[in-house]
Design a protein around this ligand. Structure first.
Ligand SMILES: C[S@@+](CC[C@H](N)C(=O)[O-])C[C@H]1O[C@@H](n2cnc3c(N)ncnc32)[C@H](O)[C@@H]1O
Length: 184
């Protein structure tokens, strides 16, 4: 079992603006030092982790990370367009710190370092992640159902729900079939 985390904090400079009404310390994430402390925590407390951020903060935040991290891309074929934004932001970086204990074997499907998936249509919660995004993160980290996974900024709860669903989907086919038989 490994200890894994996904961190989806307010993006640098967006704390007060997007989450001020939802969390009393949201403005802390407008300060790069808060992101630095978060990255230190991820490195100290977890065997592997993934961190969501936005492209404007990538240069600043990548410098805070240890060597060997990998930047993945969540590409958004459907994204919100704003009239005054003439070069749309249609992707978000995700920084991955993989565990050496979880290198992928050649028998496993090759994981891609990008995902093309529209933004979540979960109205009412800014920054909620779509289910396929979470699955992509779990597979990138090469998690197993028994791992100790922590969603550090749950927000809508979408990532935790995806973890529960993904774990169930990893169960052996016989068990799943048995479960179906009991239900019918
Ligand atoms: C990008 S959202 C997380 C979205 C989540 N991954 C989802 O799929 O719904 C960031 C979350 O961090 C919370 N937050 C803001 N400031 C915080 C702080 N200082 N400490 C902990 N959480 C904070 C916000 O209220 C929000 O729920």
């Amino acid at each position: 079992m490994i200890r894994a985390a996904f961190a989806d904090p307010p993006y640098l400079g967006c704390g007060q603006k997007h989450y001020g009404a939802l969390h009393p310390q949201a403005a802390d994430y407008d300060d790069p030092r808060t992101h630095h402390r978060l990255i230190q925590r991820l490195c100290d407390e977890f065997d592997c982790w993934a961190l969501s951020l936005h492209e404007p903060s990538l240069a600043t935040i990548l410098k805070m990370c240890p060597g060997g991290v990998r930047v993945g891309a969540w590409v958004k074929p459907f994204a919100a367009f704003k009239r005054n934004v003439t070069r749309a932001w249609t992707w978000e970086p995700v920084i991955f710190s993989f565990s050496p204990a979880r290198s992928r074997s050649v028998e496993q499907d090759t994981w891609r370092d990008h995902l093309s998936e529209p933004i979540a249509m979960r109205k009412g919660f800014p920054g909620a992640k779509p289910e396929r995004f979470s699955f992509w993160v779990f597979e990138g980290l090469n998690l197993q159902p028994g791992d100790d996974f922590h969603d550090l900024f749950p927000g809508s709860g979408a990532v935790g729900q995806a973890w529960a669903k993904w774990r169930r989907a990893q169960e052996p086919a016989e068990q799943f079939t048995l479960g179906m038989e009991v239900e019918t």
